[in-house]
Design a protein around this ligand. Structure first.
Ligand SMILES: Cc1cc2nc3c(=O)[nH]c(=O)nc-3n(C[C@H](O)[C@H](O)[C@H](O)COP(=O)(O)OP(=O)(O)OC[C@H]3O[C@@H](n4cnc5c(N)ncnc54)[C@H](O)[C@@H]3O)c2cc1C
Length: 449
């Protein structure tokens, strides 16, 4: 049954979405309100998820049955929560500089201090990725939830926001799918994007704010595997190589990444490949020459050195069968298919059958094995959304909407995305805290009504 006007609970700040950004936001807003109010011990004795809305200044709304489910899956369960140093070139969007204000205020060092205060020790791997010391994502979520329990925050789960409406006075009303209502002085939207819908991300935030006049940059999957013609990679399914992946359009190199590359039945995966996906989707939308991926199986060697090595091997043992020519250089299956492709001969033929031009071609293939990119895998496989709510509609210093007074947005729902390596969670923490503090400060004096 829906509430009557008198029954609608009110709060100072309502946060829609209990993922990384929403949790950071609720903690930031709760801390500001904790400094303002003598807290009612009877209410705070209960866990945040058992407290009623309407009696506490901050309310966190989550449509799933638990907070932070996606967080548990991050970094393969290890939660790569930040990156040190925090390279700003790793952030993308129509205006990546929009993220600077939040990232300057709440950067990587500041975030690590924040977590330390919550009781979480972190470690930074040699490549800059920051993890909880225990490598357990569950520790991160547990400590965030414990902090909510200490603060004047109520959490409502299984509460899916279906509309946000200005209440005609100075506040906003959030209306659930079940037609429950919550009235708030300020509302922060932290509903994430479209990546990994199993964790509750189905683009709700775009619909909610679209209805209020906010503009959307078309969302595309990012940090996701690339697809190629199946016949190009099928024989190598399951093979992992330490190599270099280069994304090209014609002669232009769009991006180059080193690391472990995995061949799969649909295409290619692995950290360097995931980094290229955002660009693939961006460039696929433009007309022009098709995108091509080149894989360097021997990034530590120059092409001439590879040719020289092969020529020396052939000179030493011309009777060596072709199938063994690349043994010791690359994975056996990869070596044999390249040798067959370049020579057009049986793999039992002797290496001496190859001429110098064919040896050079073989070295070229090992350094620049080309494969057309047909696209990326879909939202179910993507870790991040590129695109989202247009940042020009928000103030970067507060993350307040320029279109709807009292409304804010934080995290992946905005048109900011980061590279693999902890950049996306860092954006969620930084923007969540930025919006939470700004919304709480704006709400002081507005509640209790
Ligand atoms: C498998 C996987 C691994 C990842 N690993 C990493 C990593 O190691 N490091 C890193 O930096 N990034 C990682 N990411 C990306 C990172 O998790 C996200 O960028 C980040 O969680 C975004 O935070 P967010 O709070 O903006 O959105 P989300 O975490 O997506 O949270 C949004 C929340 O809002 C809720 N919600 C949505 N609509 C509504 C509604 N209408 N009403 C109420 N609630 C709603 C959702 O249920 C969800 O709980 C990973 C992502 C995935 C999928």
């Amino acid at each position: 049954m829906s509430q009557t006007a008198e029954q609608v609970p009110t709060c100072a700040v309502a946060i829609v979405g209990g993922g990384a950004a929403g949790l950071a936001c609720a903690i930031a807003a709760g801390r500001i309100w904790a400094e303002q109010q003598a807290l009612a011990p009877a209410l705070l004795g209960k866990p945040a998820e058992e407290r009623p809305a309407g009696q506490l200044p901050v309310v966190l709304l989550e449509k799933q049955d638990r907070l932070g489910r996606k967080l548990l899956a991050t970094g393969n369960g290890r939660c790569n929560l930040s990156h040190q140093p925090l390279d700003r070139a790793a952030y993308h969007g129509t205006d990546p500089a929009f993220a600077d204000a939040a990232l300057n205020r709440f950067g990587a060092n500041e975030t690590l201090d924040w977590f330390r205060q919550l009781g979480l020790l972190c470690r930074t791997d040699p490549d800059g990725r920051v993890f909880p010391y225990s490598y357990q994502a569950s520790a991160v979520l547990d400590l965030l939830r414990l902090e909510l329990d200490r603060l004047p925050v109520a959490v409502l789960t299984r509460w899916r926001a279906a509309a946000i409406q200005p209440d005609g006075k100075s506040g906003l009303t959030v209306i659930s799918e079940a037609d429950d209502r919550l009235s708030a002085g300020q509302v922060v939207l932290a509903t994430g994007g479209l990546a990994a819908p199993a964790f509750g991300c189905q683009g709700d935030g775009y619909t909610l704010l679209g209805a209020l006049g906010h503009r959307l940059i078309e969302p595309k999957p990012a940090i996701v595997q690339l697809t190629t013609p199946r016949e190009a990679v099928r024989a190598w399914t399951g093979i992992k190589v330490e190599g270099r992946a280069t994304l090209r359009r014609g002669s232009a190199i769009l991006r180059q990444e080193d690391g472990e590359i995995l061949f799969t039945e649909y295409g290619v995966s692995g950290p360097p490949i995931l980094q290229l996906a955002g660009l693939v989707n961006q460039h696929s939308a433009r007309s022009g020459r098709p995108l091509q991926l080149e894989i360097d199986f021997l990034p530590l060697l120059a092409e001439a050195a590879v040719t020289g090595f092969l020529a020396a091997r052939l000179a030493r043992n011309g009777q060596l069968p072709l199938k063994s020519l690349l043994t010791g250089l690359v994975h056996k299956r990869i070596g044999q298919s390249l040798a067959r492709q370049v020579s057009g001969l049986s793999l039992d033929a002797p290496c001496a059958s190859l001429d110098m031009l064919q040896l050079q071609q073989l070295a070229w293939q090992l350094k620049r094995w080309p494969v057309p990119v047909t696209g990326t895998r879909d939202w179910t496989q993507a870790q991040v959304t590129a695109g989202g709510l247009q940042t020009a509609d928000f103030d970067p210093d507060t993350l307040a909407s320029r279109r709807v007074p009292g409304l804010y947005a934080a995290g992946e729902v905005l048109d900011i995305d980061g590279d693999c390596g902890g950049y996306n969670l860092q954006w969620a923490w930084s923007s969540g805290r930025q919006a939470g503090e700004a919304a709480a400060r704006a709400s002081l004096g507005q509640w209790p009504t």
